[in-house]
Design a protein around this ligand. Structure first.
Ligand code: XMP
Length: 556
């Protein structure tokens, strides 16, 4: 973990909720919900020891759900001494079961399992007086997803709620501040889930909702200033949300000590280079270097058709351009000491680097591959390394970045070069940029419509435990692809021989898997007719209806 991150944590996170993760996706969702309630939350793997937990000194612990059965071979366990630390614990699903078996209760199979919404009834005594269920109705709907369930609660525990299938749908030992539910309060399909979380955080653990955007920015700015002193910092600005937010944050913290280097390889989407330059020259008081490398990239890519070769050329040229600027900057006698980069919290969790707030390396794996030239080394600053993506977006908005940067979709580093199949030429780039602009315009509008109807923002997914349905999602990533073929068409009375454009629009939450978006026919029709009418050289539009796997999201 970078020094900054340690420092930031002690400043912003006096009150911290540690989520013990028994199955990655649930941990992240719970931490998000806690953070949404303005309490700082971190995720740790379930092999954390009680000693390590004590060092983290959380104000509360939440045990996540997980896909395993507690009695399965290799099922995750929990250090029993964690329950003796005197820290309040709340367990969900697997978290309840692990609490039960660790403390002397038992878990068994239910007859048919329970998946989806289930009517829950609070126990007439224990349930009604339970601080966890305070101010929620005696009958409520909860989201269940389990086959196993607690059969016998540990000594000292009371059953506070049940469903028809699950006699121990919730249990607690108020004396030791241990609480658990078989259902999932963290998913939005448990209507009172957020109330239960609030009851736990603010009623039972007596925490304060103090992790606010203003405080976060203030602390992050102070931490950057303290780390950097009067040294010089350089940042590779791609125009993507992470590097833009780092730039905005550093701009506020250290102003002109920051140089943003924007290497324009000519492979960005229509309008993007101008947008980036406008924001970082007019809106923020930083040094901005726009490297016009379009011609060098065009020359390097001429005749290259292999996707991996394209990637490698584009990536290594980026660093050449970047270091050339760093060297030039150093000519005034003030060398660059720091490289700022946009590593975000999921990068760290997913790389398994962070365990217990120790000093494990937290650099994204691909950052290790930065080919620093001989004699060049930078210290890293990673001001976003404890934020989730949508928190990064919120930070960006709070720092004044425009929506079109804050809400940008994922975009590959090699840019449009890997969306043009075969050789990359200026003509093909022009066609693709224009077609892609239409795709974005139409699908931005469609997503806005979905958001207005359902309150779900771009790509947000409501996930449920253990294979339950994933619902309520808008289109996550969409773009145009230009293949290396032509086909015959007819326009007016003329025969045409032009390129097709392939439309790719997918639903996903993390790009690891994706499904093609079931777009309404009228949206598809509008995109198709606009592209053919407005983009010279294109006479056909096809829609890619393949999921990932077996395909990938990008075509190259
Ligand atoms: P694939 O095509 O592998 O893409 O399904 C998964 C996600 O990653 C993005 N992507 C890239 N991002 N450099 C990047 O920074 C790359 O070379 C690259 N290739 C794919 C892609 O847009 C999708 O969101």
């Amino acid at each position: 973990m970078s020094e900054f991150s340690d420092m930031a944590k002690t400043q912003t996170t006096d009150q911290k909720v540690v989520v013990v993760d028994f199955g990655a996706q649930y941990g992240q969702l719970i931490a998000r919900r806690v953070r949404d309630l303005q309490v700082y939350s971190e995720i740790v793997p379930c092999d954390i020891t009680a000693d390590e937990m004590r060092k983290l000194s959380p104000s509360a612990i939440i045990l996540s759900g997980g896909p395993a059965s507690v009695y399965a071979q290799d099922a995750p366990t929990l250090d029993p001494a964690i329950f003796e630390l005197g820290i309040p614990v709340l367990g969900f699903c697997y978290g309840q079961q692990i609490m039960a078996v660790t403390l002397g209760g038992s878990v068994g199979h239910t007859e048919k399992g329970e998946y989806g919404p289930a009517p829950l009834t609070l126990d007439e005594e224990a349930g009604v007086t339970s601080p966890l269920f305070a101010n929620t109705p005696n009958e409520q709907t909860v989201w269940m997803s389990h086959r196993d369930a607690v059969a016998q609660v540990p000594d000292g525990f009371a059953v506070t709620a049940s469903t028809d299938v699950c006699p121990v749908a919730a249990m607690e030992c108020t004396e030791k501040k241990l609480f658990a539910t078989q259902f999932h309060p963290e998913v939005r399909h448990t209507p009172y889930g957020n109330d239960l979380l609030k009851n736990f955080l603010f009623g039972i653990c007596d925490l304060e909702a103090s992790w606010t955007m203003d405080g976060i920015i203030e602390d992050a700015v102070a931490a950057i200033r303290e780390q950097v002193g009067d040294a010089r910092v350089i940042l590779g600005l791609s125009g993507g949300v992470d590097s833009s937010v780092v730039a905005a944050l550093c701009a506020r913290a250290i102003g002109k000590q920051l140089t943003c280097v924007f290497v324009n390889h000519g492979l960005l989407r229509k309008g993007e280079p101008e947008e980036v330059e406008a924001v970082f020259t007019k809106q923020f008081d930083v040094d901005f270097v726009h490297v016009h490398a379009e011609d060098r990239y065009a020359a390097l890519l001429a005749d290259v058709t292999d996707p991996e070769q394209k990637r490698s050329i584009i990536g290594s040229q980026f660093w050449k351009e970047f270091f050339a600027v760093a060297e030039e900057l150093a000519e005034d006698g003030r060398p660059v000491k720091y490289l700022a980069q946009g590593t975000i919290y999921p990068d760290i969790i997913e790389s398994g680097a962070r365990k217990t707030g120790g000093k494990a390396s937290t650099i994204k794996s691909h950052h290790n591959l930065i080919p620093f030239p001989d004699g060049v080394s930078f210290d890293l600053i990673e001001p976003l390394d404890h934020f989730f993506k949508d928190e990064v977006r919120a930070l960006g908005s709070a720092l004044g970045l425009p929506d079109y940067i804050v809400n940008r979709q994922p975009f590959p580093g090699p840019g449009l070069a890997i969306r043009i199949i075969g050789t990359v030429t200026r003509d093909k780039l022009e066609i693709l940029k224009n077609a892609d602009a239409i795709v974005r315009e139409e699908l931005d509008a469609y997503n806005a419509e979905i958001a207005a109807q359902s309150g779900v923002s771009n790509g947000e997914v409501v996930r449920t435990c253990a294979g339950g349905p994933e619902i309520e999602r808008s289109v996550w990533q969409y773009f145009a692809v230009l293949p290396d073929i032509k086909s015959v068409g007819v326009m007016g009375d003329e025969r045409t021989y032009g390129y097709p454009i392939i439309l790719r629009a997918v639903e996903s939450s993390d790009a690891m898997t994706a499904d093609w978006a079931k777009l309404p026919y009228e949206v598809l029709a509008r995109i198709s007719s606009r592209i053919v009418a407005e983009v010279p050289g294109v006479n056909r539009v096809a829609y890619d209806i393949t999921s990932k796997p077996p395909a990938t999201i990008e075509w190259e």
